[in-house]
Design a protein around this ligand. Structure first.
Ligand code: HEC
Length: 98
């Protein structure tokens, strides 16, 4: 849990330092199974900052709700199979409230 917080702080610092808006993706998702799929599906409409920023309050159920919302409300092109992989990834890597 501690490791997660430290990584998050580093991410925020990069954003606060002004590098986050330079047109370059400075927040890179943690390397783990499901990362590439998550990147492919979840940065079509917004940056991965959204994932980092929400991690402190997220758990599996909330990520599930969020993914559903992206699909149902915003039309994210995510199949049920993709969603399961992305959910596992986000739960393992970006759920500080787990
Ligand atoms: C089709 C476009 C689209 C795709 C693809 C998409 N999102 Fe979103 N996402 C949005 C929009 C629109 C918002 C709301 C932005 C706002 O309110 O400023 C949003 C907001 C969010 C938020 C902020 C919290 C919230 O609930 O509003 C998170 C977290 C998030 N998205 C995660 C994801 C994840 C994870 C994926 C991949 C499964 C994803 N998004 C794919 C459009 C998309």
């Amino acid at each position: 849990m501690k490791r997660v917080r430290v990584a998050l702080c580093a991410g925020w610092l990069a954003v606060v330092a002004g590098t986050g808006r330079a047109g370059e993706e400075t927040v890179v998702l943690r390397d783990a199974p499901g990362r590439d799929l998550t990147l492919a599906r979840c940065v079509i409409c917004h940056s991965v900052d959204y994932i980092e920023a929400n991690a402190p309050v997220m758990d599996r159920a909330l990520w599930q709700k969020t993914i559903r919302k992206m699909v149902d409300r915003y039309g994210a092109p995510v199949t049920d199979e993709d969603a399961a992989t992305i959910l596992d990834y986000l739960t393992a890597q970006y759920s500080a409230a787990r």
